[in-house]
Design a protein around this ligand. Structure first.
Ligand code: UT7
Length: 335
């Protein structure tokens, strides 16, 4: 999407919600053949949040969405559309977004889920923005929410150390003139096998046999995902800057998908972005998939790393393979 076509869009509020329970590397050392040193050195992760048994994805999603609405000073009745990006929905049907709508009391809103794995949030931003740009809707809630701890094999050290639970949300609204909005999405189905949950869908229904083989859990070729993620972050952000006519120093904050600190550092170094313009919180939450960018965005807003009028760049990537980029203005500098 070119930045200068039609009505523009802006992020007017953010919110996040993570479970209270902290799972440290030290705890993982007791159950897995790993060390805290290895995890920090190879991923940057020190701890992650894990949802309790009674918490479903929609609980975290609704909490984050409610906070984003309050931050944007928008009443639930004003919301036109709720989009929940998730790979860990509450159930196959109903959509998690419908449960969020009910929890918020956003009675006028349409609601649906979006499945694009760890790229779900940029996919959600692009989709929500289209409704605003087309003049169809005025207020769109985009939520990324996951309880990945339910699809992680806690005996597999190559994945169990990586993931965590949480949700983040933003409110999108039409922008005053001068606001930047750019989004670009991509996919490559040839890479479907490097990151997947093999069973539990129509292709391979859950059965005693699939459970015995652990096929309900995430399976990943970490090295291949690593190379793909670094390449996508670099290429996509380069393309975005070129399309928007921006230099790296004109990006106020880069909020990448929090998959691995080494991946982020490699991409940032290749792009020549100043390190203090890159928001990283993977050390505290691990990889929360579709929730990672909006959780980081909300933290950045709360700690003053984003100011009204800031240009924020976001790149997500994940299973599918999928990837998505968004450059947006955070609030209006005019207030
Ligand atoms: O949102 C997208 C989802 N996923 C990702 O972005 C993941 C991207 N990939 C990664 O983050 C990294 O590939 C990992 C952190 C998963 C793995 O790090 P790596 O440096 O790529 O390790 P590797 O897979 O090349 O494995 C190196 C060694 C292996 O041992 P051998 O074969 O050399 O003896 C692994 O068995 O490290 C071993 N290993 C571990 N050792 C201690 C793998 N996991 C662990 C572990 N603790 N937790």
């Amino acid at each position: 999407m070119k930045p200068d076509s039609g009505i523009s869009v802006m992020i007017t509020g953010t919110g996040a919600a993570v479970p209270d329970r902290v799972l440290t590397n030290r705890e993982l050392e007791k159950t897995l053949d790993t060390t805290g040193h290895w995890i920090v050195q190879r991923t940057g992760i020190q701890e992650r949040r894990i949802a309790g048994g009674r918490t479903a994805t929609f609980h975290l999603a609704a909490a984050a969405a409610g906070r984003a609405l309050r931050d944007a000073r928008v009443a639930p009745e004003e919301v036109d559309l709720i989009l929940v990006a998730t790979s860990t929905p509450d159930q196959f049907t109903v959509p998690t977004a419908g449960l969020v709508q009910e929890a918020l009391g956003a009675d006028r809103a349409a609601a649906f889920d979006l499945s694009a794995a760890c790229a779900g949030f940029p996919y959600g931003l692009a989709t929500g923005a289209q409704f605003i740009r087309a003049g169809v809707y005025r207020t769109v809630l985009v939520v990324g929410a996951e309880i990945f701890s339910r699809i992680v094999n806690w005996r597999d050290r190559s994945t169990a150390i990586l993931f965590g639970d949480g949700a983040g949300a933003v409110v999108l609204r039409p922008a005053s003139s001068g606001a930047l909005w750019y989004s670009h999405l991509g996919a490559d189905g040839r890479g479907a096998d490097i990151l997947k949950v093999p069973a539990g869908g129509s292709r391979l229904l859950a059965s005693e046999e699939t459970v015995r083989q652990g096929l309900q859990y995430i399976h990943m070729n970490g090295r291949e995902v690593f190379k793909f993620g670094v390449r996508v972050m670099e290429e996509e952000l380069r393309l975005a800057m070129e399309q928007c006519g921006l230099y790296p120093e004109q990006i106020d904050l880069f909020v990448p998908h929090q998959a691995n600190l080494r991946m982020i550092e490699t991409a940032v170094e290749r792009l020549g972005l100043p390190r203090d313009r890159v928001y990283v919180n993977i050390q505290r939450y691990g990889n929360t998939s579709a929730a990672s960018i909006p959780i980081a965005l909300d933290e950045a807003a709360r700690c003053g790393c984003l100011a009204p009028g800031s240009v924020v760049a976001m790149v997500g990537f994940g299973a599918g393979l999928t990837w998505g980029t968004c450059l947006a203005t955070y609030r209006s500098a005019a207030g």
